[in-house]
Write a protein that binds this ligand. Structure first.
Ligand SMILES: [Zn+2]
Length: 143
């Protein structure tokens, strides 16, 4: 089964580039210091357009998860587990990702740390203005 396509945009390019280097970068509003997820041009809290990118451990806690046992669309081989993780960096910052490891060990509030999966997409397919962007996906593993 082929992988789902990734469609990066200008706002998310730093995110994707950092993941290829196995780094979690979060976009942060420089006016009010609120993190923005997904990356976007304007802050939801103060409507500022000013932002920078901040390194983060990416550590968080599991909010919810689902184990996919039948493929509904192109993606990873089944079964796989998708978790929703609340980052320690900010209460309302929740990122999805695939879990590496045994899903029977999952519990609400379980601590997870980021892991990184190179995406099999041809970098030319995720290019921004002709600049190839190799893709890596954020996944999680239990601490
Ligand atoms: Zn703001």
């Amino acid at each position: 089964m082929s992988a789902a396509p990734i469609n990066p945009d200008w706002d998310s390019v730093p995110w994707w580039r950092a993941l290829t280097e196995q780094v979690v970068l979060l976009q942060r509003c420089t006016a009010c210091q609120t993190y923005r997820w997904p990356p976007r041009e304007i802050c939801n809290s103060c409507f500022s357009f000013a932002a920078d990118w901040v390194w983060d451990l990416g550590r968080g806690s599991v909010v919810s998860w689902v184990v996919t046992e039948r493929p509904f669309a192109p993606g990873p081989a089944v079964p796989y587990t998708t978790v929703l993780v609340r980052l320690d960096a900010q209460e309302d910052l929740m990122l999805p990702g695939t879990l590496r490891g045994d899903p029977t060990a999952l519990r609400p509030g379980a601590i997870v740390v980021p892991d990184f999966d190179p995406h099999p997409t041809d970098p030319a397919l995720t290019a921004i203005d002709g600049d190839p962007l190799p893709a890596t996906l954020l996944s999680w593993r239990l601490l």
